[in-house]
Write a protein that binds this ligand. Sequence first.
Ligand SMILES: N[C@@H](CCC(=O)N[C@@H](CS)C(=O)NCC(=O)O)C(=O)O
Length: 210
Amino acid sequence: MDLFFSHNSGNSCRSVFALHEAGVAWRQRPIDPRAGQTRSLEYLALNPMGKIPALVDGTLVLWESNAINWYIAEKYPEVRLLPTSMEGRARVQRWLFFQAAHVTPACFPILRATHARLQAFWNFTIDPQAAEVGRKELARFLPVIDSALADREWLEGDFSLADIAYAPHLSLIAEGGFAFLPYPNLRGWLDRLLARPAWRRTADLIFHRG
Ligand SMILES: N[C@@H](CCC(=O)N[C@@H](CS)C(=O)NCC(=O)O)C(=O)O
């Protein structure tokens, strides 16, 4: 399996985290968007959006980090990154859609405005008003996660792709100074996520070497 990713990319980070949790062999294919490598004809043939990450496994070419993660979880069921019940898998999917459609888009303008290393790497334009809108959106979304974690360590009881999905962008806004004080269950869960050995290896690869 080859994973094409970029340093300083939260979405790449999500799939690298899943691969590290799975503990399987994969080939690192770092590419640099600043050097136009995501726009090369070779890469656009893998992902016509020119976005990262993308996975190649034999004849399978896959983009969208959560689709990649779902494939990893199904390919290596013994790692148990998904619940075994149909209902449990449906609930994990709900968390993945919630992350991709709501939480991460709200985090983006906040991390653009607050995260110096990512600002420098991606040459972000800072929009304070958009960051404020993001904060208001998160004030609606984060209590949902905080409540879900009131009586459990992980979103669906056992650690799963649902937890993996949120680590990159929540950790990035935390690094930018976002206050999670009103969300103690969420803060504890984020700390548990970031303490996992697979996360530490992931953050080292994605955020500390680019
Ligand atoms: N929903 C996609 C988002 C992928 C994405 O936007 N990746 C960013 C890097 S974090 C990217 O490729 N940015 C460069 C671009 O849009 O050209 C996923 O989860 O894989």
